[in-house]
Design a binder for this molecule. Sequence first.
Ligand code: XIL
Length: 381
Amino acid sequence: MYRTLLAGTTLILGVATTATGQSATLPLPGTLRAAVGDRMLIGTAIMAQDLQDPRHADLITREFNCLTGGNEFKPDALQKMKGTFTFEKADQLVAFAKRHDMKVVGHTLLWHNQSPAWLFQNADGEPLPREAALANLKDHVAAVIQHFGNDVVGWDVLNEGITDGDDGYLRDTPARKAIGDDYVVQAFKIAHEANPNVELYYNDYNIENPGKRERALKLIRELKAAGVRLDAVGIQGHWLINFPDAQVLDDAITEFAAEGVEVMITEMDIDVLPRRSTGADITLREAGADPYKEGLPADVQQKLAERYKAFFDVIVKHAADGVVTRVSLWGTTDDHTWLNNFPVRGRTNHPLLFDRNFAPKPAHAAVLESLKSLGGASAQN
Ligand code: XIL
């Protein structure tokens, strides 16, 4: 991508002026964006307040080449009321990404959270008849995909469709209750018909862990057997300071890749605070201590850097053979992370690569170290 950008440009102090006279800032040395070059996408999720603050916006465009809307593309953000589409915020994000040469991924077309009830239920909360539910699904998915066209490179078609308990398989969501087990295949078909150019993903948390991983493999095989387009499986990557082991990620990526799909880490953060739950069921609430209100102690900071390094070493290894094509962090600075309010409300968390003063943390240096073996920076120079 940058190689193309550079062709026919004049390079002056990191600013390239294109033949059309537009100027585009090149990735600065020492940033994640420069380190990956054109080898993979490195993304972040925009949190609602981010774009209002130029310091956030600048940091995001310097460090990343890909954006996810933290909430802006979810069903309740785009069509809270049947037939009334509200694209403004998502459009702003897309325009911002375009101005800064960033890709946009769409999150998400179908999810049991942050989704209006009318899609799959009647006014009494009962499942709609199959045909009515399918029609709503089709209207939503087709309208959204067609609105964004090729400005969105790929979509999480289904988010979190698999059960957490080891005895289940497909989560019993309103969509499944109304349509039946083939609702997943139907969603992928509708998405592909709406725009055959865009990539389609299945995205979930904890699917790297044995147990849920087997169920994810089953779903991937079923989608492949049904002949639908499935480009990648998204491992959300909401990890903890001591769980899971990076080896688990390594094994999961290998197993997913063997099914013929790419793998993306789509929502990475590493929770440093004490908690009982793993994963990212956003409806979970628990109580828990808040020990790092005044800042992260040096030893935990170090541990966080080591954890980022261990995960990125695995990611880079699989990026080198083309299996992992994107890593997206779920936020940029520690003041704008959803983990300040999940799974315990109102804590001071430190799960990302930049602190509350926009300064890179040791974890940032650790990730850069890992990314060196990608050869991204040299690919641009
Ligand atoms: C989170 C957002 O970051 C929050 O702002 C919102 O309140 C709840 O959802 N898994 C997902 C994301 O797929 O959509 C969730 O995002 C985090 C867990």
